[in-house]
Design a protein around this ligand. Structure first.
Ligand SMILES: *Cc1c(COP(=O)(O)O)cnc(C)c1O
Length: 356
């Protein structure tokens, strides 16, 4: 370990929440990591302190122009009680891509790795152990310079907070009812849709609100140019099992390169499936469904792992996928990934990284 950060421990440890009622992102642990940036010192002053408020000037650029980025990864409790993180290296690599796109100064990868490891170690008693639970790790960077001209900040805060989480959806892994959005878009080629930044999310709130008010759980996003091709489902990558082959949209600049997506592709290949990273037209999904050839639809992401889709509605026409039930491919993938997370299944890909 290259960096050893000072730790100020809380004098008031919190009562830990009931593991059966965690939900997603509702509770935060006792500590957080904070690191500052300014032009003179670069990134400096890394420290672990009690979880608490960040105090910023109202003119801080993040409040006005949204210059920020975030990541999301998970730590799991294993039987030997040594905490592990799933593919931390890949998440940190992706964080660097967001920094580049958002004009945020580069942070040394090793510093982020050491910060994540040390913070999780300090709060390791917060890693829940119940089935389906984990400790969600949320690194993020915000622009702090108090200046209202539109442009990149000269100062930043990088922080990491931790949240014990259960299943992302309140319904557990009950199949989602999905609304195909034909008016609004999530991402456009040339925009920041391929990195994790707040702007991508705020942009989706109105269409998601519309869809949930109509009773759907999620929005299926189509491409910005032609509104023809499937891009993602909510904040998760989309998969379709058609004629026994697995289709997923390619990473061509508009789809977020999910690490669960990458893991899913690897595991599905291990299972012997043929994976097609190809554009899929929603019209073709409907046509193939009518011919009885669409076996499963599901989405993948760190927060959901694998989330089945039970119904899709496009232009007022609803189709039911696999009788509205989670299908065998999604189930096997979910079990395999969860097994690797918890240690019940051997990690043959070097994805499990014990904290140092
Ligand atoms: C985070 C995210 C995903 C999933 O990425 P993972 O690395 O698997 O968690 C997919 N789509 C969007 C838009 C996301 O923000």
């Amino acid at each position: 370990m290259k960096y050893q950060f000072p730790v100020i421990r809380t004098m008031n440890p919190k009562v830990k929440p009931d593991e059966s009622k965690l939900g997603f992102g509702n509770y935060f642990t006792d500590h957080m990591f904070v690191l500052d940036y300014n032009a003179e010192q670069g990134w400096h002053g890394g420290r672990i302190v009690p979880y608490g408020k960040l105090v910023l000037p109202p003119a801080a650029r993040v409040f006005h122009y949204g210059q920020e980025m975030f990541e999301g990864m998970k730590a799991y409790r294993r039987e030997n009680d040594i905490p592990v993180i799933f593919r931390a290296d890949k998440h940190i690599e992706r964080a660097q891509d967001a920094n580049v796109r958002m004009c945020i100064p580069d942070i040394e990868t090793e510093l982020i790795v050491d910060a994540v490891n040390q913070l999780v170690d300090v709060d390791k008693d917060w890693i829940p152990s119940a089935e389906g639970t984990a400790l969600y790790i949320r690194p993020f960077i915000i622009a702090t310079e108090p200046k209202l001209s539109v442009g990149p900040s000269v100062s930043y805060i990088f922080a990491i907070i931790l949240s014990p989480v259960g299943s992302y959806y309140d319904e557990g892994i009950a199949p989602a009812s999905v609304y195909v959005e034909t008016e609004y878009i999530r991402s456009v080629l040339g925009g920041p849709g391929y990195v994790k930044v707040g702007a991508n999310c705020a942009n989706t709130f109105l269409p998601v609100k519309n869809a949930t008010s109509m009773g759907y759980n999620q929005v299926l996003w189509l491409d910005a140019k032609s509104r023809k091709y499937v891009e993602e489902i909510g904040n998760a990558n989309a998969f379709f099992v058609i004629d026994g082959e697995v289709f997923t949209p390619p990473l061509a600049g508009t789809v977020l390169p999910g690490i669960t997506r990458d893991s899913a592709i690897t595991l599905l290949r291990d299972f012997g499936y043929y994976i097609r990273e190809e554009q899929i037209a929603i019209e073709d999904i409907y046509r193939l469904h009518a011919e009885g050839r669409v076996q499963e639809v599901f989405s993948t992401g760190t927060s959901v792992t694998v989330s089945p889709v039970g119904k899709i509605t496009w232009k007022d026409k609803e189709i039911v996928i696999n009788n509205g039930e989670m299908g065998p491919v999604a189930k096997r993938l979910y079990n395999e990934l969860s097994g690797i997370h918890t240690g019940k299944i051997e990690d043959t890909h070097g994805w499990i990284q014990p904290i140092k």
